[in-house]
Design a protein around this ligand. Structure first.
Ligand SMILES: N[C@@H](CCC(=O)N[C@@H](CS)C(=O)NCC(=O)O)C(=O)O
Length: 157
């Protein structure tokens, strides 16, 4: 049985949940509360020392972590229906779009970064929210520009 530890509003967990559903793979999901700090509990740190969701299990552990690595695992173990196009340049483009979000914009506004800005650097809440809006906004603007302008864009992303 496949199993995921996620969180209801986690973008990284959404990536894996969407892939599992697209591939029609049954799975169980348990949620932890990131606002309550469940990701720092010793029990969860033993599963993922990074203190981040998703943590994914296909049968026995240890858990697989990092959403894009989990997507690769699902693609390799359950190739159909494929998440990636077949043609190498189209595959590179799909990966580039995924990495633009998962590697460049999303890491800038995860809870641990937001908390560091307010609790460690003493930034007022409004300044932290301006940071959040800035990186969310530039990330989404890039994605939108690419999806609008690039010939490879299909119906869904
Ligand atoms: N690059 C990782 C990101 C994992 C991540 O940061 N997840 C967030 C939720 S979307 C999290 O658990 N954050 C906990 C924290 O920042 O304290 C992935 O794609 O799986």
């Amino acid at each position: 049985m496949m199993r995921m530890i996620g969180s209801w509003r986690s973008a990284a967990a959404f990536r894996v949940r969407i892939a599992l559903n697209l591939k029609g793979l049954p799975f169980e999901e348990t949620f932890i509360d990131l606002d309550a700090g469940d990701q720092h509990a010793p029990g969860f740190r033993a599963i993922n020392p990074q203190g981040a969701v998703p943590a994914f299990f296909d049968g026995d552990g240890p858990a697989l972590t990092q959403s894009l690595a989990i997507l690769d695992y699902l693609e390799e173990t359950h190739p159909e229906p494929a998440l990636l196009p077949r043609e190498p340049k189209a595959r590179a483009r799909a990966r580039s779009l995924a990495q633009a979000v998962a590697c460049d914009s999303h890491p800038l506004y995860v809870p641990r970064v937001r908390r560091y800005l307010t609790d460690d650097l003493g930034l007022p809440r409004e300044a932290m929210q301006a940071w959040l809006r800035h990186w969310f906004g530039t990330g989404l603007a890039t994605l939108e520009a690419r999806l609008t302008g690039e010939p490879g864009t299909g119906r869904y992303c």
